[in-house]
Design a protein around this ligand. Structure first.
Ligand code: OXD
Ligand code: MN
Length: 590
């Protein structure tokens, strides 16, 4: 399918190491994919779901020990440890290659190696990048076919230039042994090696491994940014659409925000939200000097539990056809799927995510794994943006950072400028919830929501943000911070969240357009309470003033925590970050 000598030489080398019985090139044709689906059903790797209710949908279960990304087994193998930085796992590249080569040797004996050429971003976009994943899993092929653009057209785009850039990705399921599971990025070699897992984030190498870890490294060297951000377009009653990128740590409602449904009052006025992306943004400076975002992905790899008609109608609709479900529960009565939070009717005749037949109405444990997923084509989404395939991307008006903070952050504030905004992103944090393992309410710092995804030293990455700000100058998007999770003294959430978050987005866009004033505070610009439109809110008693207050004592405690956090980066920490921290501390101590 290609005569590119670099591709072919690499393939030969990987074949010689993994020793598959067969090699199959994925051409991207529906015919070939359909044959693979049939094969996966025949071997039991996938189950075909009710084709009347869920046309084109399949079900897959992973091993019990292989249900999530494994951050402790994820490595950034830059030539020096300092380049990977203090919050990434690191091993010298030679040492890691040697260790992994032993594991890969003969790992595909008796199996087929699939060669999956894929593009992150629309094929032919100046901002897109190409990868080739070698994998011994049909599940990976079929998921990659949803999550990325695959096949012959990608190889045609790559062409025969031996120096053309592509990311070399190798995945072997091997025996799914967690003790020998490795997810390894070699940024200087454009290489990703993943072994002993068959779970999404560890094996769909275009996603976190390439589109964030490797891409963030490429972005630093090439003058662009790869960010863990959704992209949404907000259309006003005049039909103008403005775009916002937003980064949140997990369990903060990112997918819900990306597919937000405006509250009735705003819907009736003519406001709409369009989804460009739900997870990753690639940001480049366009010909007019503004920042443009593309979504490098073609599908959603969303968490199923908690997704319902009420919480995220658009995500649910996206899963109604051509979707692969992983580790949810099966309703054996009609061969459909179920998960906690879908509705209040767990199936009586149920197979849980472990493959056990149970009575779902009385079963005590989780029927679906809490991290069970749907892999759905983005084009299924009822609110997918008309710009989704735009090779130039969409111009970004605002960047929004967010976290789950019970007491610290106000509902929304604006940074003073790009440098301060970079600091706001760098000091992002979230408090752990009862849903996650470990203590509840512990502050976890997750800069730009990139903690598990930055492909080099986090402090150098902040330096790259500052550089980008200098290049963008006064064309830079404005940077904001939101907190949907503020609690009152009784521990109740103070803000309704979900669709009503649109009210905050409107204030953000009004600020970008210079339509509203703000109040200068110790931490940045706060809205005047009357500038957040609360008309038609179900709860008329929302304490908007309370949501916008700053408790200096709580903030000073956070400053102490940030000082400690920053200390680990030593002299790699950009001086601008230290200056911003000092300014914040001084403002709060006045
Ligand atoms: C994801 C994540 O799966 O951020 O998107 O963990
Ligand atoms: Mn994510």
């Amino acid at each position: 399918m290609t005569e590119n000598k670099t591709v072919l030489a690499w393939l030969e080398e990987m074949k010689a190491m993994c020793q598959p019985d067969n090699v199959v090139w994925i051409d991207g044709s529906e015919e070939q994919l359909e044959a693979l689906r049939a094969e996966a059903v025949e071997t039991g790797e996938m189950i075909k779901l009710n084709q009347e209710k869920l046309p084109g949908c399949y079900y897959h279960r992973t091993a019990e020990n292989d249900v999530a990304r494994v951050e402790d087994r994820t490595f950034i193998c830059t030539p020096t440890e300092e380049e990977a930085g203090p919050i990434n796992n690191w091993m010298a590249p030679d040492e890691m290659y040697a260790k992994l080569k032993k594991l890969y040797t003969g790992s595909m004996k008796g199996r087929t190696m699939y060669v999956i050429p894929y593009s992150m971003g629309p094929i032919g976009s100046p901002f897109s990048k190409i990868g080739i994943e070698l994998s011994d899993s049909i599940y990976v092929v079929l998921n990659m076919a949803i999550m990325t653009r695959i096949g012959q057209k990608v190889l045609d785009q790559l062409g025969n230039d031996e120096n053309a850039e592509f990311i070399k990705c190798l995945h072997a399921k091997k025996d799914v042994n967690p003790d020998d599971r490795y997810i390894v990025q070699f940024p200087q070699d454009n290489t990703i090696w993943s072994i002993n897992s068959a779970y999404g984030g560890n094996v769909l190498l275009g996603k976190k491994c390439f589109a964030l870890r490797i891409a963030s490294y490429l972005g630093k060297n090439q003058g662009w940014m790869a960010e863990h951000m959704l992209i949404l377009g907000l259309e006003n009653p005049q039909g103008e659409v403005k775009y916002i990128c937003a980064a949140f740590p997990s369990a903060c409602g990112k997918t819900n925000l990306a597919m937000l449904i405006p509250p009735e009052y705003l819907k009736n006025k003519g406001y709409k939200v369009w989804t460009v992306g739900d997870d990753i943004s690639w940001l480049n400076i366009g010909p007019d000097g503004r920042l443009y975002a593309i979504n490098p992905e073609a599908g959603f790899f969303g968490v199923a539990p908690g997704t319902s008609v009420k919480t995220n109608f658009n995500a649910l609709e996206s899963t109604k056809k051509n979707t692969i479900f992983t580790n949810v529960a099966l309703n054996n009565a009609d061969n459909t799927v179920w998960w906690e939070g879908l509705d209040k009717n767990p199936p009586k005749n149920c197979t849980n995510w472990l493959g056990e037949k149970v009575d779902g109405t009385t079963y005590e444990g989780n029927l679906a794994h809490p991290n069970s997923r749907f892999t759905a084509p983005a084009i299924n989404c009822p609110c997918i943006s008309s710009e989704f395939e735009n090779p130039q991307g969409v111009p970004v008006e605002a960047i929004v950072f967010g976290g789950r903070r019970a007491k610290c952050a106000p509902l929304v504030y604006q940074s003073r400028d790009w440098q301060h905004g970079t600091f706001v992103g760098a000091t992002m944090a979230s408090e752990t919830t009862a849903a996650a393992a470990g203590a509840v309410g512990v502050v976890r710092r997750d800069p730009m929501a990139m903690k598990p995804f930055v492909g080099y030293n986090m402090a150098t990455y902040w330096g790259h943000w500052l550089e980008m700000g200098k290049k963008l100058g006064d064309k830079a998007p404005k940077i904001f911070h939101v907190n949907w999770f503020r609690k009152d003294d009784e521990g109740h959430f103070m803000w309704p969240g979900f669709g009503d978050n649109m009210r905050v987005l409107l204030w953000i866009l009004n600020r970008c357009a210079g339509k509203v004033d703000a109040v200068e505070s110790e931490i940045g610009y706060l809205p005047k309470p009357e500038d957040i439109d609360l008309t038609g809110l179900e709860d008329e008693n929302v304490d908007i003033k309370g949501l916008l207050t700053i408790d200096k004592q709580v903030w000073l405690e956070d400053v102490a925590n940030i000082e400690e956090y920053f200390a680990q980066f030593g002299d790699k920490l950009p001086k601008e970050m230290t200056d911003e921290l000092a300014k914040l501390k001084a403002n709060l101590s006045k």
